[in-house]
Design a protein around this ligand. Structure first.
Ligand SMILES: [Zn+2]
Length: 271
């Protein structure tokens, strides 16, 4: 599933190709994504310029003069840039065709993605308005996490994965950040000191920023005409390493289930 770093990498990859370009046409081959693609989208967006390519959480926002196209990659979606004569394959559901002879193409085999249209401030859209702060922005800091975790009995792992608290901390990033901060994923959120909240926030920022940076090295893949876009595998300390020795203390990494998701951690290093 594309996580925040992949979505940000996608944003950076497509932006130079479509910014200030005029949408000549939108070819929709499959309307039934997670929600149906609005019928008026083609007509509303046609002949408008892409004024900016932004990201909020895992949503991409293509801002036009009269509204905003909201894109989500769902479970299996990807976007890439190709030239206008590139034949569409089976799961290539939507093409945004630009005046510069380029196409922004959405491929989504499992069809959990979304292409929506709003004329309002997209921050007020019902999908975006409940979202917590961006993890890399200053408003997400140790004090914020400390205040929002008081009296909470939920595990700290589930708290940082809650998009109302902070967006974009997927399962892999949650496991890795908790390891770096030395915090047991099962610990009750309300029991963390301010200092440990600060440590955790800084670990989350570090893990996400590093992942985005690594994604940046694969940006050229967005203009590849075939194949998958440049998602990437990060060097991981605990995730997917059950039974392997902890790189700090050598004790085997443990795997447990929390909220139906696998958690990996070191019982000696994470308290
Ligand atoms: Zn350890």
């Amino acid at each position: 599933m594309p996580e925040l770093p992949e979505v940000e990498t996608t944003r950076r990859g497509i932006e130079p190709h479509i910014i200030n370009q005029t949408i000549k046409n939108i070819a929709v081959r499959q309307r039934s994504l997670r929600w149906p693609i609005p019928k008026q989208l083609e007509q509303k967006a046609r002949n408008q310029k892409i004024e900016s390519v932004e990201r909020r959480g895992k949503y991409l926002l293509l801002r036009l003069h009269t509204g905003t196209i909201i894109l989500h990659l769902g479970m299996s979606g990807s976007l890439r840039i190709c030239t206008a004569n590139t034949p569409a394959e089976k799961h290539d559901h939507v093409d945004f065709v630009f005046g510069n002879n380029k196409i922004l193409r959405l491929r989504d085999p499992r069809r959990f993605g979304a292409v929506l249209w709003t004329t309002k401030d997209p921050e007020k859209h019902k999908l975006l308005s409940p979202l917590g702060p961006e993890p890399l922005e200053d408003s997400f800091n140790g004090k914020y996490l400390f205040e929002h975790s008081r009296k909470r009995t939920a595990s700290i792992k589930s708290l940082i994965m809650n998009s109302h608290i902070v967006v974009g901390v997927g399962n892999i990033y949650a496991c890795e950040s908790l390891y770096i901060a030395g915090i047991n994923p099962k610990r009750k959120s309300g029991s963390l000191s301010l200092a440990r909240c600060e440590k955790l926030v800084s670990a989350i920022k570090h893990v996400l920023a590093e992942s985005i940076e690594q994604g940046g090295t694969t940006l050229r893949d967005f203009i590849r005409e075939n194949g998958e876009p440049g998602y990437f595998a990060q060097k991981l300390f605990v995730y997917g390493r059950a039974g392997e020795p902890c790189s700090n203390c050598g004790k085997p990494i443990k795997q447990i289930k929390q909220q139906q998701r696998s958690t990996f951690y070191c019982a000696r290093c994470q308290k």
